[in-house]
Write a protein that binds this ligand. Structure first.
Ligand code: ASP
Length: 341
């Protein structure tokens, strides 16, 4: 009897030990590592994903020259301990002014024969964001987006309201002639002759965007664009939509997209990548690749993204033939690629 009781106690003890070893609730995944101390800076800029086969050598050269200047200007800010949001804005103003991209002076024309531009900027530390859409008289929409972020209680202003706000901030409104661009005028005339190049016919995307990590370990993202060529008046793409074409969060990553905005909006591409990093603890490259090379491809959504996390990892997937992009790190070396290696 006594030995039976001893056996029962031993079995119960074994069961208890075994049960204690089985986790009752799923264990939380390991938290993402902290950014390295001393924070090396990183700046990544894109000049649009699309078909680069038809780019003339002059166009390619102009794009490379502009993206180099933008990378140098952004890197100079970061090297002096400046903020990632300042580097993003400074780099994108140069891209807008260059006329080499679908933004600012190079913006595609809408069906009305004038550029209608969208832009957004986001601070990964505070999650503050600003955006403008359908503006026609603003030389640097990326800076107006930043003013919306810093000087209003709103995230996005559009059309005449955005331009009225610009005026109130002392920003001069420019005439549509300011944006006159031979290349885009010819494209517009061709599209008009075809009466409606559908989105699917267009494989050019010259939108520009930037993501940066500063020495304080803060991320930022920005995107600025004329949208798709020959778009309907009033059409707004993904670029100014926080979470679709632009997103930054210190807890995950910073993303700027380029491609057919309708797909980026439906898939909330930028937020999807960041949330995979944040909640599923996916490495940045895997998250960006899964969204751009699987999800978007399955839906025939053309485009690419640049993505950056606080550890300085960079991902630049694109499912088009090319995506001009530049990467500059603390060592000052600027790497520029258009095609996959
Ligand atoms: N994503 C932009 C838009 O749909 C276009 C582009 O990236 O070229 O407005």
């Amino acid at each position: 009897m006594k030995s039976k009781r001893l056996m029962f106690i031993a079995a119960a003890a074994l069961l208890f030990v075994a049960a204690a070893r089985v986790p009752r609730t799923p264990q939380p995944a390991a938290a993402p590592p902290n950014p390295p101390q001393g924070h090396d800076f990183v700046l990544v800029i894109h000049g649009g994903a699309g078909d680069y086969k038809d780019h003339s050598s002059e166009q390619a050269e102009a794009g490379r020259a502009a993206i180099t200047r933008a990378a140098e200007a952004g890197a100079a800010i970061l090297r002096n301990g400046g903020r990632s949001i300042d580097a993003v804005e400074a780099a994108l103003r140069i891209m807008e002014d260059s006329g080499a991209f679908d933004a600012g002076r190079g913006a595609y024309y809408s069906r009305a024969g004038v550029p209608e531009m969208d832009a957004a900027i986001m601070d990964g530390k505070t999650l503050q964001a600003g955006a403008v859409a359908s503006v026609c008289h603003i030389a640097n929409p990326i800076s107006l987006a930043r003013m919306v972020m810093e000087h209003t209680q709103h995230v996005m202003l559009v059309g005449p309201g955005a331009e009225e706000f610009a005026r109130s901030q002392g920003v001069a409104l420019v005439s549509p002639y300011y944006f006159f661009n031979e290349r885009e005028w010819k494209r517009f005339q061709k599209d008009e002759a075809k009466k409606g190049a559908s989105l699917a016919d267009e494989h050019v995307h010259g939108t520009t965007g930037a993501v940066a990590l500063d020495e304080a370990g803060n991320l930022a993202a920005g995107t600025t664009t004329g949208g798709t060529s020959f778009k309907m008046t009033g059409r707004v793409g993904d670029s100014p939509i926080i979470g679709a074409g632009t997103y930054a969060n210190n807890e995950s990553c910073a993303v700027s997209g380029t491609g057919e905005g309708e797909f980026y909006m439906r898939d909330v591409v930028a937020a999807d990548i960041c949330e995979r990093v944040k909640y599923l603890h996916e490495p940045l490259e895997q998250a960006a690749n899964d969204v751009v090379m699987k999800e978007l491809v399955e839906q025939h959504g053309e485009g690419g993204v640049i993505a950056l996390d606080r550890q300085g990892h960079v991902a630049t997937p694109f499912n088009t033939n090319g995506m001009l992009h530049a990467i500059v790190r603390s060592d000052g070396k600027i790497t520029i690629e258009t095609y996959k290696p």
